[in-house]
Design a protein around this ligand. Structure first.
Ligand SMILES: [Zn+2]
Length: 238
């Protein structure tokens, strides 16, 4: 039988403390981190490229948990499977789509050591950011997916987080622009993470994935708009 009693003031105080602790706790999904996609090799492998296949697949499998942690965002459902394959028709080193990673046969014959490119492309598979621009009837085009940032994150995770290599990254930026994307943007993002904390990239990744990223977020996260922030970076790394 339920008894109706007046709430105990001590219990109410304890409840208030517990509720405030819950509000302060970092967001954790009840179902835990999302499961990583299954990484599998698909398609033919030219005999001379079998060692590249083995090393690229092993590297991607080794780095996948780290990439998952960096690219996690609330409610994110990663793909169940990501295939890696060679593509003899590619005239670029590698590319990615929702189906997985394609590595250019011509490129890897000439550059068999460049297997970190597979990690860069795997980042794109996991990013799965929606279309670059969204329009609403009568509204201006919104740029929700800046190339320099998308490629910068992929190269930051490749060259800074997963596969650092001496001499691989540029060191002087006085005459460069973040719009060069890739490694230049990777060093810029590394500097931003060290300046403003790792949550910045998590927030931007989340906004990019939800299709709501806009440059104003950069100022909200760092206290400076993009161009003055770049100028501060250039002054620190001339
Ligand atoms: Zn890329």
């Amino acid at each position: 039988m339920l008894s109706r009693t007046r709430p105990d003031p001590h219990r109410r105080a304890l409840l208030a403390i517990l509720l405030s602790l819950v509000a302060m706790a970092p967001a954790v999904r009840a179902d835990g981190p999302p499961p990583p996609p299954e990484l599998a090799w698909e398609g033919e492998v030219p005999e001379d490229l079998a060692p590249v296949r083995d090393r690229a697949l092993a590297l991607c499998r080794e780095k996948l948990p780290l990439l998952m942690r960096h690219l996690d965002s609330p409610g994110w459902v990663p793909p169940k499977r990501a295939a890696i394959r060679f593509d003899a028709s590619l005239d670029i080193p590698a590319c990615a789509s929702s189906e997985g990673v394609r590595l250019g046969v011509k490129w890897f014959r000439a550059h068999p050591g460049d297997i970190g490119a597979a990690v860069h492309e795997l980042v794109h598979v996991l990013q799965a950011y929606p279309a670059p621009e969204r329009t609403e009837p009568g509204a201006a085009v919104r740029h929700t997916k800046p190339d320099w940032l998308v490629e910068g994150i992929a190269d930051y995770l490749r060259w800074v987080v997963c596969c650092p290599e001496p001499g691989a990254l540029p060191e002087h930026f006085a005459k460069r622009s973040y719009r060069e994307s890739y490694r230049t943007a990777a060093v810029f993002l590394d500097w931003i993470v060290k300046r403003s904390g790792p949550q910045v990239l998590r927030d931007w990744n989340d906004a990019l994935r939800r299709g709501v990223f806009h440059e104003g977020l950069i100022e909200a996260s760092t206290g400076k708009a993009l161009d003055p922030l770049w100028a501060e970076f250039q002054a620190a790394r001339p």
